[in-house]
Design a protein. Structure first.
Length: 192
């Protein structure tokens, strides 16, 4: 019974993310031919702890996978240093979310395309740019998700799950903002 409930919740959360992304892609004349070109889903309606944690787990898993690669392959000192910090953060975030019972959805086409691009990037500057660009996009999404959740969900001290989610989002938002700025700076340096 618990597994069926989780399956339903996972499917519902995936639909909440997938439907706006598909609609936006159709409006912009882009479809799954290039999953990496699909726009980020609209997170402005994020209101619950479940929506927030389900929105975080996929990008956190992608950060984990790409940072594991980047700690060995990144060449620019700032990119390599960021990869180390990001790997530690991704391990912590995914561990906490899993311990809180957040199911890990399968990697979607956009995330898989990003991972494939990083895996196949030429060594040196091309790899560093692919990794840092992916991290920047990931953190912009996470920053916007946390901001929307905190803006849309009024504090409710009687609902411990929601309070726990707001606490997690509040702490994570500072890091998401910081990593957005750091990756933006590193990306500019890599293109200079």
């Amino acid at each position: 019974m618990n597994t069926d409930r989780r399956t339903l919740l996972t499917g519902a959360a995936a639909a909440l993310v997938a439907v706006p992304a598909m609609a936006m892609a159709q409006r912009h004349g882009r479809m799954a031919n290039d999953p990496a070109a699909m726009p980020m889903p609209d997170v402005s309606g994020t209101r619950t702890n479940q929506q927030f944690t389900m929105g975080v787990i996929g990008p956190a898993m992608l950060s984990l996978a790409t940072s594991q690669i980047a700690v060995d392959r990144a060449r620019k000192a700032d990119a390599r240093e960021f990869a180390g910090f990001e790997l530690t953060e991704a391990i912590a975030v995914t561990t906490v979310l899993k311990q809180l019972g957040t199911p890990v959805p399968p990697m979607d086409a956009k995330a898989q395309a990003t991972l494939d691009k990083i895996r196949s990037a030429a060594p040196g500057a091309a790899f560093d740019r692919a990794y840092i660009d992916a991290q920047h996009e990931n953190h912009v999404f996470l920053r916007d998700l946390a901001t929307a959740y905190l803006g849309n969900s009024p504090p409710n001290p009687s609902d411990m799950a929601e309070m726990q989610g707001r606490h997690l989002a509040t702490l994570a938002l500072a890091t998401f903002k910081e990593h957005t700025m750091i990756t933006q700076r590193i990306a500019r340096e890599l293109r200079a």
